[in-house]
Design a protein around this ligand. Structure first.
Ligand SMILES: Nc1nc2c(c(=O)[nH]1)N[C@H]1C(S)=C(S)[C@@H](COP(=O)(O)OP(=O)(O)OC[C@H]3O[C@@H](n4cnc5c(=O)[nH]c(N)nc54)[C@H](O)[C@@H]3O)O[C@H]1N2
Ligand SMILES: Nc1nc2c(c(=O)[nH]1)N[C@H]1C(S)=C(S)[C@@H](COP(=O)(O)OP(=O)(O)OC[C@H]3O[C@@H](n4cnc5c(=O)[nH]c(N)nc54)[C@H](O)[C@@H]3O)O[C@H]1N2
Ligand SMILES: [Mo]
Length: 782
């Protein structure tokens, strides 16, 4: 089936059903959208890539005509999407050709105004500042804040520059805001980052548990996969945990509308029910896990009635959910921001891992856990160590791992920062605030909209003594506050690889030239390394590659023998088969569908990525403690008790704010606001409220409301929905750049004006999903 009527996919985002039954093969359906007036026959060539607007990894080809991108088509033979595309994939590429792309570097002139300049001048300003800082303060004056949207080769290069060149521990990605908890939960339970499951588990599952994951809007192609199972024989039962009645919740057999911030209470109650009803695989637990007794003791008192009290979900509904999760033959679970950005994030994500360990449901068809990613290349930020991890899932606390990197890069071990954990993003901003970091290099992220507590972030970025470099493709709220702006080339204009949520690696090739003088992110980092004259210990240039493919080969060497082994992959191979799952090496030349088939987890003290943490406090375990515990390949059932969120509603701020996404926009909308169909589908911010809360506040549908927390406020029209009583939801997509009227102080509409500076004690992921607010009406609906 081919679907070419793309415009209608705004109203009908998931398109036509292609039903299939359990254990069947998901039928192909090729989605395509070409610019008006262009037909397939007009296309000069099709260039291989994958989606860049979410982590699903949908494979697609870019249509090129006269050196321009004129459309996209899903790739039929790819395991991830079998040809399907979501609305952002179909329309988002138009942003590439937008006339307001950054085309020349910008620097501040004598009056503090951003003016165009040459690459030489811009880079020399950065290098002069860098050299002066190295001399005066050393590497701790440098901070790098990158993204989950560049390519693997770029992150690896940046990582080596930071760790082996400058020697700063202050490097993180916006992945800290995104999937730090996913990585952390995998490390805590299984010893290492790396997704156990596979999208093909959707083909086999009898039950699917979605916790804090609005898959229909955020991974729309995997949702099509689920919808096709729901429409076929032997459909799976869905259990959905979300305070809102999302499209996913509407399709659920059991919807659990929890109060935001209470996930762990609910999950502990579910685990209690599994144990109390003996719906667990005792043999598996005995042979392959540690920690059962403590887990059992922790959840013993967590009855469904207790959970009802805490979460606001009827006890009967909790029992019903536990029965589905506990008795269906094959369970697939997915977890996303409703957990990772909420209270007790890592503990809750681990609780979902626990359910699978208790039921012995890992490494078999239909029995996966997907600690979902969000951004298209977030997995690579984590793998390459551009995010506050060490490359290839190495342990910063293991001197042997540091030595391996020192040998690989030919540098002294002491250059590589490892005296403390790598600095997380929230701490990097704190150091910039306090003045110890004086150069902050931001690439591929827009913190002036996406970080919590925005008035504070603006203040930090504006500081006189902080030199801010912003590397982006458009002018943004962040580039406005930078000292140097570097215009980057993007997806479709550069070549590299990236890895999706289920470990599928795709190659994305350059289709067209970048606009103006915009340069590949890789070339910008390489240029910096060259100008800084970074060297190895024999005096040779530290970075020994000049092109993406060479960088990929260097990365492969770094992964040899690690869980994320890429050594069996080449660009050539990725040009053949579409989509290959790591580990891919001599033993698994075609890649690996599922991890832990033999229940041999990566928890050996010598190889594991972390010695673990206390999930309640975040206290770290030492090597000694880990050795004494001797997991030796067994997974860890990690337990924690529920505690109430730090900011609970009270008299002045009686409601709970949570935030999130719509299907039509990507983050701060730099791309999707420039795609006419997507922008028209959701042009303005809104605030979702329960009807009864709205009634008490005298708010009607469409009335403009102010949402205010102790930190700040924003305004938008109200939408009255079936969201849980006492909970308010706002999308975080809407900044100020495209609207003169919407400016901080005049008409703030960014949800992050009100969110809190606070993070999970283990993953350090900020809490975007829990804050106390009040809502007042400020204008009548139009
Ligand atoms: N259309 C679109 N797709 C995207 C993106 C995008 O911007 N737009 N971004 C991509 C990225 S980077 C990411 S990280 C993913 C995010 O994907 P998701 O996590 O699916 O998206 P969110 O809307 O942030 O949050 C999911 C749900 O969590 C619920 N929630 C809020 N608080 C709580 C809570 O305390 N407990 C529970 N159980 N649920 C809660 C919200 O109501 C929301 O429906 O999406 C990716 N895909
Ligand atoms: N309240 C609230 N806040 C949130 C969230 C939430 O749910 N609620 N979610 C959080 C999450 S999960 C995420 S992932 C973040 C996302 O937050 P951001 O990363 O700030 O969001 P984006 O708009 O994706 O910003 C990416 C920037 O990179 C630029 N860019 C795109 N492609 C390229 C490229 O190839 N090279 C370069 N150099 N630049 C490029 C874009 O123009 C854009 O300015 O927001 C977080 N903030
Ligand atoms: Mo994200």
């Amino acid at each position: 089936m081919t679907q070419k009527s793309a415009p209608q996919r705004i109203r009908d985002p998931w398109g036509e059903r292609t039903p299939y039954g359990r254990d069947g093969e998901w039928p192909a359906r090729v989605d395509e959208h070409l610019e008006e007036g262009v037909s397939e026959g007009d296309v000069d060539r099709w260039v291989r890539t994958a989606s860049i607007l979410h982590s699903n990894g949908d494979a697609l080809d870019i249509a090129v005509k006269d050196g321009r991108i004129v459309g996209v088509r899903g790739r039929e033979n790819d395991r991830v999407n079998r040809g399907r595309l979501g609305p952002k994939d179909l329309f988002g590429w138009q942003a590439n050709g937008s006339s307001d792309r950054l085309k020349r570097p910008l620097v501040r002139d004598g009056n503090g105004k951003l003016v165009e300049t040459s690459w030489d001048e811009a880079m020399e300003r950065i290098v002069a500042r860098s050299k002066e800082l190295l001399e005066r303060k050393g590497p701790l004056a440098f901070g790098f804040y990158t993204t989950g949207q560049l390519f693997l080769e770029e992150y690896y290069t940046l990582g080596v520059i930071g760790k082996a060149g400058l020697g700063t521990p202050h490097m993180d990605g916006n992945t800290r805001l995104c999937t730090a908890t996913a990585g952390q939960a995998l490390k805590e339970s299984f010893g290492s980052d790396g997704q156990p499951g596979s999208y093909s588990d959707v083909d086999h599952a009898d039950a699917i548990l979605l916790v804090g994951h609005n898959m229909a809007e955020t991974q729309s192609v995997t949702w099509m996969h689920v919808l096709d199972r729901l429409a076929g024989e032997d459909p799976p039962k869905l259990v959905v945990v979300d305070p809102r009645r999302t499209p996913v919740a509407e399709a659920a057999a059991v919807h659990l509308p929890v109060r935001n911030g209470t996930n762990l209470a609910l999950l502990n109650a579910l685990v209690r029910e599994l144990i109390a009803n003996d719906w667990i695989d005792r043999e598996y637990v005995e042979a392959h896990t540690l920690g059962f007794e403590e887990l059992e003791a922790t959840v013993r008192e967590c009855t469904p009635e207790w959970a009802e009290e805490v979460c606001g979900v009827p006890a009967e509904r909790v029992r019903e959910a536990a029965r589905v999760i506990g008795t269906e033959e094959r369970l697939l679970s997915t977890v996303l921001q409703g957990v990772y950005q909420s209270h007790q994030a890592t503990a809750s994500a681990c609780a979902v891992n626990n359910i699978h360990l208790l039921r012995g449901m890992l490494g078999r068809p239909g029995c996966g856990v997907l600690q979902f990613n969000g951004q298209p290349t977030a997995q690579n930020t984590r793998e390459t160590g551009a995010n506050g991890d060490l490359p290839a899932f190495r342990n910063w606390d293991n001197p042997e791992h540091i030595q391996q990197l020192a040998d690989l890069w030919n540098v002294d071990r002491m250059v590589i920062p490892h005296w403390a954990p790598p600095t997380h993003a929230m701490q990097i901003f704190r150091y910039a605030e306090q003045g110890s970091i004086e150069l902050l290099w931001i690439s591929g992220t827009n913190p002036a909209v996406s970080l919590p507590d925005l008035s504070r972030i603006r203040e930090i970025l504006r500081k006189e003594d902080l030199f801010v470099v912003a590397q982006d493709i458009f002018p943004t709220e962040t580039t406005e506050l930078a000292d140097v702006v570097l215009p980057a080339a993007t997806w479709g204009e550069k070549t590299g690889t990236y890895t999706n949520t289920d470990r599928t690696v795709h190659l994305s090739e350059a289709a067209v030239e970048p606009p103006g003088e915009a340069r590949h992110d890789l070339d910008i980092f390489l240029d910096y390394a060259r100008r800084m004259d970074l060297r190895d210990k024999d005096g040779a240039p530290l970075i020994k590659w000049a092109h993406p493919e060479e960088a990929f080969e260097a990365w492969k060497a770094c992964t040899r023998g690690r869980l994320c082994d890429y050594t069996g992959l080449t660009y050539e191979k990725l040009r053949g088969e579409s989509g290959i799952q790591w580990p891919c090496n001599a033993q698994n030349p075609d890649g690996t569908e599922r991890l832990y088939r033999d229940a041999d987890f990566n928890t050996h003290t010598e190889t594991c990525e972390t010695y673990g943490h206390d999930l309640l406090t975040g206290a770290t375990n030492s090597e000694k403690e880990h050795r004494a515990m001797a997991p030796e390949g067994r997974a860890l059932l990690k337990a924690a008790s529920y505690t109430p969120p730090h900011e609970e509603p009270g008299e002045s701020y009686p409601l709970r704010l949570t935030t999130g996404r719509t299907i039509y926009h990507f983050h701060t909308r730099t791309k999707t606001a420039r795609a006419p169909e997507l922008n028209a589908a959701a042009p303005e911010a809104w605030v979702e409220m329960n009807r009864s809360d709205a009634e008490s506040a005298g708010v009607g549908e469409g009335d403009v409301v102010r949402v205010e927390s102790p930190r700040g406020w924003f305004e938008a029209p109200a939408r009255l929905t079936e969201i849980k009583e006492g909970v308010v939801f706002a999308p975080f997509h809407y900044g100020y750049f495209d609207s003169e009227e919407a400016r901080p102080g005049r008409h703030p509409r960014a949800a992050n004006e009100a969110t809190i500076t606070s993070w999970d004690p283990v993953s350090k992921q900020p809490l975007f999903k829990v804050a106390a607010v009040k809502v007042t009406k400020v204008g009548n609906g139009g």
